[in-house]
Design a protein around this ligand. Structure first.
Ligand code: CS2
Length: 514
């Protein structure tokens, strides 16, 4: 940002309740009295995705007079969002961008902001507030702390910490379990837990993890003051979570590129006041939720949310077609020198590959569920071509070890089971490995990151053959662990990695006849 611009922005006023009336009339602002909103939802993980998605739906509910559903935002790690939003009274700008157009809207649904490591007690107080009826989560795949088989990773230091220190938790598991224990001890009904992360059967997955966590927590020696739990009564908590707490699954969808300083400067220019953290997004927005809210819920269906009995078909279609091809575009794009999704998708070879990938994944989706995959992929192609988003391939490349199982590996195994040869899907796994190998060489060292980075780097340093490398990565990640199709999957991945090492994506595409 040029220095004259920087100095001007630092001297202009900040977005807040006081400055909203001065915003240009073209910018939509909360039409409701924010002081009358009651916090009915606690959200864990107040990142850009939440602020572009759920918070916008809730803003619509509040504007329609459903004032009991304000959001208390909780960051489990960093202070950044709280530091940006608190001086702005929780307000921020949502910039809805399509090629050639940008619409701005100020969102008012987030009230208080808490930072868990600073004050875990305040987070527990919000969770146990009887007005809190729903707890929602977007904490990203890696924060669920699953072991390779899908169960709880009890070896993780944060899980160990929370099992030993239930009153000062660090993890979502620790907070939710302690809050549910306290509510139960107080005779208050449990809240409904609504998982909004890109995991398969996300509600059921989190439910299983929390029951496991509660069981492990209960088998440790009881400590005085533990939410009125005694060692003998402890297993009751796991049973309470298993039987009495609802965990509807949901499918969430909106593309949200990370905000840049250029975005901040442009938005300040439009608003006439500074917004420390506006959020960029696309016009498309989708939320499909299983309708299981014993404690009540907003009338979301009036604001574009689809309420269903079973979210699985929508979730499979989204994870396998959108997220699967997103990861493909990210790794192929990085290795082909494309910094953003729209540029990678405009590369004819990558575009042809994505079409072939979709053709391979579509037969694995639930049949007779009314899915219109042709319209879905046509719409995806349009969304990926949005040149205004500048969605960085490196952003999507993060955390591949946590994303590929549900985006790629699951459909690959189902193809193999059905007698097909998933040669396109497996190229995505090989390209992820090749992109990891390229870091510190043709790609910057920390261009993208992964919770398994230390072990991945150690594999890379050993300069293994393609076969040894793929075997080591599969062992490390647990991809397809115990599955009968694993060997086929590994063999196909090895053949692709050979080509990628020999001649990059072009060689791999040529070997596929693309
Ligand atoms: C992306 C997703 O970063 C990623 O891994 O694939 O965040 C994607 O943009 C969203 O799931 C779209 O709803």
């Amino acid at each position: 940002m040029p220095s004259d611009q920087t100095s001007r922005i630092t001297t202009i006023k900040r977005l807040s309740g006081n400055t909203v009336p001065s915003l240009p009339a073209s910018i939509a602002t909360p039409s409701y009295d924010r002081s009358r909103v009651v916090p009915g939802i606690v959200h864990l993980g107040v990142g850009a995705f939440h602020r572009a998605h759920q918070a916008a739906y809730v803003d619509d509910c509040l504007a329609a007079g459903e004032t009991g559903w304000g959001i208390t935002g909780v960051s489990l790690r960093s202070t950044d969002t709280r530091d940006a939003l608190t001086p702005q009274d929780g307000l921020y700008t949502l910039a809805i961008r399509s090629s050639g157009e940008e619409k701005l809207r100020v969102i008012g649904s987030i009230g208080a902001m808490l930072v868990a490591p600073e004050d875990p007690g305040a987070v527990l107080a919000a969770l146990t507030d009887p007005r809190t009826l729903i707890v929602t989560l977007t904490i990203t795949e890696k924060a669920y702390l699953r072991a390779a088989g899908g169960g709880l990773d009890t070896a993780h230091p944060d899980i160990a910490h929370d099992l030993a220190n239930p009153k000062i938790p660090k993890t979502a598991h620790g907070f939710l379990t302690e809050a549910l224990a306290r509510r139960r001890a107080d005779g208050a009904p449990p809240f409904t837990v609504l998982c909004c992360d890109n995991l398969p059967a996300n509600g059921a997955t989190l439910h299983r993890l929390l029951v496991e966590f509660a069981m492990f927590r209960d088998t440790r020696p009881a400590q005085s003051g533990d939410a009125k739990l005694t060692q003998s009564g402890a297993a009751v908590l796991a049973k309470h979570i298993a039987d009495a707490v609802a965990f509807p699954s949901s499918m969430v969808d909106r593309i949200v590129p990370a905000t840049t300083d250029t975005d901040r400067a442009r938005i300040a220019e439009e608003l006439g006041v500074e917004d420390a953290w506006p959020v960029m997004t696309e016009p498309f927005c989708q939320w499909v939720i299983e309708d299981n809210f014993p404690g009540g819920r907003p009338a979301w269906e009036q604001f574009g949310v689809t309420m269903v009995d079973d979210v699985r078909p929508f979730e499979d279609m989204k994870l396998r077609l959108l997220n699967g091809s997103h990861s493909a575009i990210a790794y192929l794009g990085l290795l082909s020198g494309h910094a953003t999704v729209d540029r990678a998708f405009a590369d004819p070879a990558i575009r042809a590959f994505v079409d072939a990938l979709w053709a391979e994944a579509i037969p694995t989706l639930p049949r007779n569920a009314g899915l219109d995959t042709a319209s879905y992929t046509a719409e995806l192609a349009e969304r990926f071509s949005n040149t205004a988003l500048a969605h960085r391939t490196a952003q999507i490349a993060n955390d591949g070890s946590q994303k590929l199982p549900q985006r790629i590996v699951a459909s690959t195994l189902e193809c193999i089971e059905a007698g097909a040869v998933p040669e396109h899907l497996t190229l995505v796994i090989a390209t992820w490995i090749a992109a990891c190998e390229a870091r510190g060489k043709t790609l910057p060292e920390s261009h993208f990151t992964d919770p398994l980075d230390a072990a991945l780097a150690a594999i890379g340093d050993r300069r293994l053959s393609s076969a040894e490398s793929v075997a080591s990565v599969f062992d490390l990640t647990g991809f397809a662990k115990g599955e009968s199709g694993r060997k086929n999957l590994v063999d196909l991945t090895i053949a692709h990695l050979e080509q990628l090492r020999r001649g990059g994506p072009a060689a791999a595409f040529a070997a596929l006849g693309l």
